[in-house]
Design a protein around this ligand. Sequence first.
Ligand SMILES: [Zn+2]
Length: 108
Amino acid sequence: MMESATVGFLVVSVIAWVIVAVIFGLCASTIAERKYLNGGNYLLLAFLLGPLAIVVAGFMPARPRPAPTGMVSLECSVCNARQNVAKEKHWFSCWQCKQRTDVVAASR
Ligand SMILES: [Zn+2]
């Protein structure tokens, strides 16, 4: 049987750890969401790594901005300009170099 002082110390330690993990988790998820990454994953990562989750989120490369609903974000095969193309289209004409590109080829 543990003494009540030991149990009290454990309870306070767990509560402090949860508060610290939530604070670091919110910081890490904010950084991640600004890079279009899944913020929930970084919130969970903070419970495992604590402040290191912020460092991991900081070093992760940003994803391209997601396309609006009904569109896909594709890159021109000639000039690498990123553009949003309607999902039902089979080809697009690049806004920058006017190159006609097949959607299947640009998705690779
Ligand atoms: Zn182009």
